[in-house]
Design a protein around this ligand. Structure first.
Ligand code: TYM
Length: 342
């Protein structure tokens, strides 16, 4: 059986990168897979979260899933802390994963920064909780943006080591699903940096709840370069964008990738359409497209967050269905590890 699991942290400022790299793909996958989409509040508290805001942000991510088109009848939508099996399995994985593996995680190094000694233990063990999220459901496929690739590698290592150590075939080795034209959306202010929730400048990202005016202003002011837009000749023989071409003109390729992803057109068609255009013309067309795609979603998110009871009902129902899958898997894990159920 093919089962999808993925999650988004409720840390505020949900942005176009979260939408194009993850949530838009969640919607596309629900027709063909059994899908579980989580709001990972336990991951969020690995760095400080104001408790009131955390609740609001949990509802906001849920609203984003629903507004984007994730169907709560076909999929399971819930917040992580309501299903205790995640924490329980994460502890067991703390005893399976090696310190050396976690020491290599680039996201910990980036997030902990210079004050490593001051980072929470949770931030360090974050990837083990992520492995637990996925494997508590024996998920086989995990749709994410490119920045989660290394964490997925660790999940695969944990699954293999667990099976190996305990001589079982309990966990599948899950595959990342990284697809679409915008698997790594960059900051609108600096094409070398990832669009991120934690970037202080609000002008660096398009938020999922931005108004049409905000979107227009941010795209108009997005950093560009002095050349005309490139054409399809920059693509390699397989039709992919080579890393050197992206690095040579990061801002242009970021905006072109966003256009391709939002319009569901192949990058080649977009490059052919805008080859030789001025940035000003392209930015105007991109603005119309972004407003048309994000505007209705933003309004729906607003409507849903004004009705927290309906959002909570989705999470309650999802948590119940999630528990029903995770509990028998945890029983298998206990048995494999040698925990006595007396
Ligand atoms: P988070 O909350 O940082 O991001 C949620 C999703 O959005 C993607 N993403 C991006 N994609 C393209 N361009 C960007 N600039 C961009 N920024 C973020 C992320 O890759 C992610 O898919 N560790 C995860 C949450 C998580 C999870 C899991 C994911 C916890 N458990 C289990 C999958 C499976 C995270 O921090 O995502």
């Amino acid at each position: 059986m093919k089962r999808i699991f993925s999650g988004v942290q409720p840390t505020g400022n949900l942005h176009l990168g979260n939408y194009l790299g993850a949530i838009k793909n969640f919607v596309a996958l629900q027709d063909d897979y059994d899908c579980i989409y989580c709001v990972v509040d336990m991951h969020a508290i690995t760095v400080w979260q104001d408790p009131k805001e955390l609740k609001a942000h949990t509802r906001e991510v849920t609203a984003a899933y629903l507004a984007a088109g994730v169907d709560p009848k076909r999929c399971i939508i819930f917040n992580q802390s309501q299903v205790a099996e995640h924490a329980e399995l994460a502890w067991i994985f703390n005893c399976v994963a090696r310190l050396g593996w976690l020491n290599r995680m680039t996201q910990f190094k980036e997030k902990a920064g210079k004050h490593r000694e001051n980072a929470s233990v949770g931030l360090y063990a974050y990837p083990n909780l992520m492995a637990a999220d996925i494997l508590a459901y024996k998920a086989t496929h995990v749709p994410v943006g490119e920045d989660q690739k290394q964490h997925l590698e660790l999940t695969r290592d944990v699954a293999q080591k667990f099976n190996n150590d305990f001589g079982v075939e309990l966990f599948p080795v899950p595959e990342p699903l990284i697809f679409g034209a915008a698997t790594r959306v960059m900051s609108l202010r600096d094409g070398a940096r990832k669009m991120s929730k934690s970037e202080p400048s609000n002008m660096s990202r398009i938020n999922m709840t931005d108004t049409a005016d905000d979107i227009a202003k941010k795209i108009r002011k997005a950093t560009s370069d002095p050349e005309l837009l490139p054409g399809a000749e920059v693509l390699d023989a397989a039709g992919a964008l080579p890393e050197e071409a992206r690095k040579a003109r990061p801002e242009a390729h970021n905006l072109l990738g966003i256009y391709a992803a939002l319009s569901d057109k192949p990058l080649r068609d977009v490059l052919e359409e805008f080859a030789g255009s001025q940035f000003s013309h392209f930015k105007a067309v991109l603005t119309d497209l972004a407003v048309a795609a994000l505007g209705p979603m933003g309004h729906e998110m607003e409507r849903l967050t004004a009705d927290p009871a309906s959002v909570d009902a989705v999470l309650r129902d999802g948590a119940e269905r999630a528990r029903a899958i995770a509990q028998p898997i945890l029983a298998e894990v206990h048995d494999a590890v040698g925990f006595l159920r007396a």
